[in-house]
Design a protein around this ligand. Structure first.
Ligand SMILES: [Zn+2]
Length: 879
């Protein structure tokens, strides 16, 4: 499910924020102990073919009242009982072929003994009447005393194995069935479920019954039930209904954020040669969603945070398209063709992530897609816990299979495969894979086989190193030029540590050599730990690019002289190579030529991503000339996605009155809300004289969705002036908008750290039902370092309604609070990270732990703000 192009465009764009959080926490603390999903597909006694699901709801009690009839066919002779997954549900009655049947239940199962042993092929209709108050799987978002006007919403989240918390069923992907979903709800509500809407009938007593029918089989984790106060916008693609739903009052946000859906359906159908297969496509945005998005068959559910305010939406170049294209891509890869077991989840998530890039290329152009890929590479390499794990693995006991490998690396692997096979052959293979496996469950070998059958290219070695092996190549590179032989001698070393599943890589690499007379492209095969390639060049090269355009998941340390980097920044054809040059040049401090070149890039590069990286880099040079260029850039860069980056970069420039004054004026007035928010944050960080007044004024003022208020509330935390405490307490209180509260709680966590009353107040928020408030409180308690919060966090850990992301977060913060000061790692001079975007990241020498915490906080901030959509992905604890 999630992917996360962060809204402020800085960090990797291909991974859920909470995955990054989990990755960071795994580094900071012992890996969180979660009960893993079943890694291997189950052996089956029966084939569940059709389920007729009728549900009513008791809103007062938050109860589901259900009756389901499962039609199934026995697969093994001698089957004596039928076992369904069922957790926390009260089973009232079971019939088998309409005759009352005995049954027993355990914590996780409903067991129905058969009157006599059944034979393979015997068919049964099993009807189960039940009720329950689901602790997961189904969620009731209803008005309460603090939020009396909030639209009522009931929604479900099945993946990975949570459907059986509201519906007794077979809860593993390796079975497929058709469904009827019959939902009886208040007459003013809408409902959404899988398949076609057949009818809406009056059921009396102010109720209506909605009847949905899905005739294309899919797995039970893809069943969806949504009911509530929604608004609907109708669209279509080649006669197939395409509908968007928003919680009541936000219908005007649907078209601007979701309107490109039919164009995506068209693109994907054409690329794959297999049309969108379902009877309709609905996307329903719900509040407090536990994921960013979920690809239920024909009916995706997304977080309502993807309903960006119409005044803010134009400030994001790619809008919500990463989320939308990701979930749409799953309708083929995940829903039509489904991984057989969780160990092969990359077949779902890798494709969905790759397809975000396919849409990006087609709609926004290669520069955008390249820049996103450049970010995803850096992000993957930063997540050290992914390194030694292969894409296909069945050993995810104490971690999640929905990790940055399944998403980021999975997407990369498909990207590389396309590059190596060529576009035509690749899609021929994909079409064949979809056609052969349509309506089936697959393992990775099915993909390799389909590609080989369709293209006659053997991809075994490719899969062996990239999918069944771990890691990626790390290169150390250098070259000399032999003027007599007219040859470039390119030396390539693979420096990754060869151990475990990480081996030497065998990869084709595009090498481009530019001389005074032009550019030439060579393809070499790298396969050894050290190799030298002799490549012709008429004269000494001006530029040598190894893996031109960044077609490989790799890291590279290319020893080049300054003048070569300068040439590359200006002249390389691809975003990735210019971005690499900007970063390399940023390591050369106090160099006028470097500052000038980065300034040129900031002003003139045709790709906004390179302009933004140039801004980041200039911000870290802490050089008077660099800040002048940044200031000047504000006059020429009007795109909010660049402008906000320039402002953030200025937040690194201390003690410069011109900078402080400019930040002040941007904070107060600018065409871009994002730039204004970045200025408010930068001011808090720089701690100038009038900042308190500027920030409190921003808290008092209105902006779309309180966008500037949120930035100011956080910034008051960075400012560190305890005068802000009453204001932050006021805005963190129940009844204020949820996202303003999370910003205020974040700020509060950083003030008066020795005041136990504040700790107590934040701890009180732990018991609120609102997921973002809880998350903000958990993190703020960790930030305070006040160990008196430990019991409250430990108590929270024991509650049974924790959502997926919460458990590792709580454990991480407890570990943070338990760590004595003496154990804090010493500062590490090399810890400076060129990619560090935050204002805090520049200048000083910081411990890696501190940097990680800062990054963690930033990710949490992004998550809480829901500035960018994400998909879920950590399995819930299952006890
Ligand atoms: Zn996904």
């Amino acid at each position: 499910m999630i992917r996360e192009p962060l809204r402020n465009g800085h960090h990797g764009r291909n991974r859920p924020a909470f995955l990054a959080l989990a990755a960071l926490l795994a580094i900071l603390t012992a890996a969180p102990r979660l009960r893993a999903d079943e890694p291997y597909a189950r052996s089956r006694d029966y084939d569940l073919q059709h389920s007729k699901i009728s549900l009513r709801f008791d809103l007062e009690q938050r109860k589901v009242l259900g009756e389901v009839t499962h039609s199934l066919s026995i697969l093994r002779d001698g089957t004596a009982k039928i076992v369904f997954d069922s957790a926390g549900l009260t089973i009232q009655k079971v019939t088998v072929n309409k005759a009352a049947a005995k049954f027993e239940t355990t914590a996780e199962k409903l067991i129905i003994p058969l009157a006599a042993e059944a034979k393979s092929g015997d068919k049964f209709d099993v009807t189960i009447r039940y009720e329950g108050k689901p602790t997961k799987g189904m969620y009731f978002i209803l008005p309460d005393k603090d939020y009396p006007d909030r639209p009522s919403q009931i929604w479900t989240q099945g993946e990975s194995e949570d459907t059986h918390y509201y519906l007794p069923t077979y809860d593993y992907p390796n079975d497929r069935l058709t469904t009827e979903t019959i939902l009886t709800v208040p007459a003013s509500w809408l409902t959404v479920s899988n398949g076609k809407l057949i009818s809406i009938t009056d059921s009396g007593k102010g109720l209506k019954t909605w009847y949905w029918k899905e005739s294309v089989p899919s797995s039970t984790y893809l069943i969806t039930v949504i009911a509530g106060e929604f608004e609907e916008v109708k669209d279509a693609w080649h006669g197939i209904p395409v509908t968007y739903y928003a919680p009541k009052g936000r219908g005007d946000r649907l078209a601007i954020n979701y309107g490109r859906t039919p164009a995506m359906m068209e693109l994907f159908s054409k690329k794959f040669g297999v049309d969108y297969a379902w009877e309709k496509y609905a996307q329903t945005m719900v509040d407090d969603f536990v994921a960013g998005g979920m690809e239920n068959s024909s009916a995706t559910t997304n977080t309502s945070n993807s309903l960006v305010h119409p005044k803010l939406a134009p400030e994001y170049l790619t809008g919500e398209d990463d989320l939308i294209s990701h979930e749409l891509g799953h309708q083929w890869f995940g829903d039509l063709v489904t991984c057989k077991d969780w160990g092969d989840i990359w077949l779902n998530e890798g494709f969905a992530t790759f397809l975000e890039a396919v849409w990006s290329e087609a709609h926004f152009g290669n520069d955008e897609a390249d820049y996103e890929r450049w970010n995803s590479t850096r992000e993957w390499f930063e997540s050290a816990n992914l390194w030694n794990k292969p894409l296909v693995r069945h050993d995810f006991d104490d971690s999640s299979e929905f990790d940055g490998n399944a998403y980021g690396k999975g997407g990369w692997v498909l990207y590389m495969l396309r590059h190596q096979l060529g576009e035509d052959a690749f899609y021929r293979g994909i079409k064949h894979y979809l056609e052969v496996n349509r309506g089936k469950n697959v393992v990775t070998a099915d993909l390799a086989k389909a590609i080989e059958e369709a293209t006659h290219s053997n991809v075994d070695q490719f899969f062996s190193q990239w999918v069944y092996g771990a890691g990626a190549p790390k290169f150390d590179l250098g070259y000399t030029y032999d003027g007599e032989k007219h040859q470039v001698m390119l030396t390539v070393k693979q420096t990754q540590k060869i151990e475990g599943r990480v081996g030497l890589f065998r990869v084709p690499v595009d090498v481009e050599i530019t001389t005074a007379t032009g550019r030439k492209l060579y393809n070499v095969i790298v396969s050894k730990d050290k190799q030298t390639f002799s490549l012709p060049a008429e004269s000494a090269p001006l530029m040598v690019l190894f893996d031109k355009g960044g077609q490989l998941l790799k890291s590279a340390d290319f020893h080049k002289e300054k003048k070569e980097w300068l040439f590359q920044l200006k002249n390389a054809a691809d975003v990735v190579d210019r971005a690499d040059a900007a970063v390399a040049l940023g390591k050369l401090k106090n160099d006028e030529e470097v500052v000038t070149a980065l300034g040129d890039a900031l002003r003139n590069d045709k790709a906004w991503g390179v302009r933004a990286i140039a801004a980041d880099t200039l911000g870290k040079l802490t050089d008077a000339a660099a800040s002048k260029l940044l200031l000047a850039a504000l006059d020429s860069n009007d795109k909010p996605w660049v402008r906000s980056r320039v402002v953030t970069a200025l937040g690194n420039v201390k003690d410069d009155p011109a900078v402080a004054s400019k930040l002040n004026s941007v904070a107060k007035q600018d065409d871009s809300y994002r730039a204004r928010a970045a200025a408010l944050q930068a001011l808090g960080h720089l701690k100038g004289p009038d900042v308190f007044a500027t920030l409190t004024a921003a808290v008092a003022a209105d902006s779309p969705d309180g966008f500037l208020r949120k930035a100011a509330l956080r910034s008051l935390g960075s400012l560190g002036d305890d005068k802000a405490v009453p204001l932050l307490l006021q805005w963190s209180a129940a009844g204020k908008p949820i996202d303003s509260r999370t910003a205020a709680i974040n700020g509060l966590g950083r003030l008066q750290k020795d005041n136990p009353d504040i700790t107590k107040q934040i701890a009180a928020y732990l018991s609120e039902p609102h997921f973002p408030v809880r998350m903000a409180a958990i993190y703020a308690l960790g930030t305070r370092g006040d160990a008196t919060a430990i019991p409250a966090l430990e108590a929270l850990l024991k509650s049974d309604d924790l959502s997926i992301e919460m458990v590792p977060m709580i454990k991480g913060q407890i570990a943070r609070l338990k760590k004595p000061a003496s154990e804090k790692p010493a500062t590490h001079p090399d810890a400076g990270n060129a990619d560090e975007e935050s204002a805090e990241g520049a200048g000083g020498e910081k411990s890696t732990t501190e940097q990680r915490l800062e990054k963690l906080e930033r990710l949490l901030q992004e998550m809480n703000d829901r500035l960018k959509s994400m998909e879920k992905r950590l399995p819930p604890p299952k006890q």
